[in-house]
Write a protein that binds this ligand. Structure first.
Ligand code: HEM
Length: 322
C-alpha cells in the first residue's frame, strides 16, 4: 500500500476528498486533429492553477477537481506508456437492462460545498478547452437531505475511509509508471419514481438491503440475494473489495427527471466491472439487482485518473505519431 504522506510517492488528484454538497460532472469528446490534442495537453498543466485561483476565493469551500481520460483519448493525447488496465468501457447486461457505453474522452468531477465554486471552475476549465472538445454531458448534482440518494436511502455509508480509501483507490507498485493514479466509472441513472414510490418502505428496504430511516444493513437472513447491497458486496481471495463512490442526486422535477449520477473510483477497473456484472447480468446469472427495475443507466464511461504530478507532466508529453 502507498501513502500520500510519503514524498517519494506522486501526489494523487483529489479523489479521496470528503463528499461535498455540490458537484458538476462534465463528459466531453476530443475534437480530431493535432491542434486540439496539443491544446488539451497544455490545459493539463493549467488545471491545478485554475482550481487554486477559483478555490482561494472561498477558503472553506472545499473546491476540488478530478480529471480523467478514456482509453482512446489517452492514446491520442499521450501515447505510450499507457495505464496497464485502461480499456474502453465494456457494456454489461441484456436489452432493457444494460449498462450502456456512451461517448466520452475527458471526465471532469468538480466538487465544492457551494455550487458557485463548481460553476466558476467548470466555466474556466471549459473555456480553456474551447475549440478542442465537445461537451456531451453535463450534470449538476446536489446533496439531498441527510446524504440520501434521490430514492430516499442514505448513499455512501459503506465507503472506505482514511488509509483504506487510499488503498482501494490509488495504484501502487502494480503499475509503477502510474502510481497514485486511479480508475473511475461514471453512469447517469434515471429513476422510475412513480413505481418506486408505489413500493412499501419494507419492499424498498429489500431492494437496497438496508433500512430506510436508520440506514442499517439488513441481517443476512432477511437480506434478499438480489438486493443492491448483496450484489455489490464482492470479495477476492477472501478479502472484501471496496470502491469509493461519490454519487450525487440530480434532476428536473418539472420535467419528471429524477436521477443518480454514479461515480466510483478504484485502483483497477476489475472490482467496478464485477459489481456491474453482478448488478446487470446477475449473480448467479438472472439474479440481477432489483434496483434496476426502477433505474435505467443512460450514460456510461471508464476513465483513467493520472496522479496530480503526472497530470502536470502530461502537458509536456509529445506522443510519437502513428
Ligand atoms: C442507480 C444508481 C445507484 C443508486 C441509487 C445506489 C444507491 C446505493 C445505496 C443507497 C447504497 C447503500 C448505502 C451505501 O452507500 O453503502 C449503495 C451501496 C453500494 N453501492 Fe450503490 N447505487 C447505485 C449504483 C451503483 C453502482 C453502479 C455500483 C457499482 C458499480 C454501486 C456500488 C455500491 C457499493 C459497492 C455499495 C456498498 C455495498 C456494501 O458494502 O454494503 N452502486 N448504493
Amino acid at each position: 500500500m502507498t501513502s500520500s504522506m510519503d514524498t517519494q510517492t506522486p501526489e494523487p488528484q483529489a479523489i479521496c476528498n470528503p463528499i461535498t454538497s455540490s458537484a458538476i460532472f462534465i463528459v466531453a469528446t476530443l475534437l480530431p486533429g493535432s491542434d486540439a490534442a496539443s491544446q488539451v495537453r497544455g490545459w493539463c498543466g493549467d488545471i491545478a492553477a485554475l482550481t487554486r485561483s477559483v478555490g482561494k476565493r472561498v477558503p472553506n469551500g472545499n473546491l476540488s477537481c478530478v480529471c480523467g481520460f478514456s482509453a482512446s483519448a489517452w492514446d491520442a493525447l499521450f501515447g505510450s506508456p499507457r495505464p496497464a488496465s485502461l480499456h474502453p468501457f465494456r457494456e454489461f447486461g441484456v436489452e432493457g437492462r444494460r449498462a450502456v457505453a456512451t461517448p466520452g474522452d475527458i471526465l471532469l468531477h468538480i466538487r465544492a460545498d457551494q455550487m458557485d465554486l463548481c460553476f466558476e471552475l467548470a466555466t474556466q476549465l471549459c473555456s480553456a478547452l474551447n475549440g478542442a472538445i465537445t461537451v456531451v454531458d453535463e450534470v449538476q448534482g446536489f446533496r439531498y437531505f441527510d446524504m440520501r440518494s434521490i430514492i430516499g436511502f442514505v448513499d455512501g455509508t459503506e465507503n472506505p475511509v482514511g488509509r483504506k480509501a487510499d488503498h482501494f483507490t490509488l495504484i501502487g507498485n502494480e503499475d509503477p509508471a502510474f502510481e497514485s493514479g486511479s480508475y473511475v466509472l461514471v453512469q447517469k441513472y434515471l429513476h422510475k419514481m412513480e413505481a418506486w414510490n408505489a413500493l412499501s418502505v419494507e419492499a424498498q428496504e429489500k431492494v437496497i438491503g438496508r433500512t430506510k430511516l436508520a440506514d442499517i444493513e439488513l441481517g443476512e437472513e432477511v437480506k434478499p440475494s438480489n438486493s443492491h447491497s448483496a450484489l455489490t458486496t464482492i470479495t477476492k481471495d477472501g478479502q472484501e473489495q471496496k470502491i469509493l463512490r461519490d454519487n450525487m442526486p440530480f434532476g428536473r422535477p418539472g420535467a419528471g427527471e429524477f436521477g443518480t449520477y454514479f461515480i466510483g473510483y478504484a485502483r483497477s477497473p476489475e472490482p467496478i466491472e464485477q459489481m456491474l456484472e453482478n448488478m446487470f447480468v446477475g449473480n448467479p446469472v438472472g439474479n440481477y439487482d432489483r434496483l434496476l427495475d426502477f433505474s435505467t443507466a443512460v450514460t456510461g464511461g471508464l476513465f483513467f485518473v493520472p496522479s496530480a504530478d503526472l497530470l502536470e507532466e502530461l502537458a509536456e508529453r509529445e506522443p510519437e505519431q502513428a
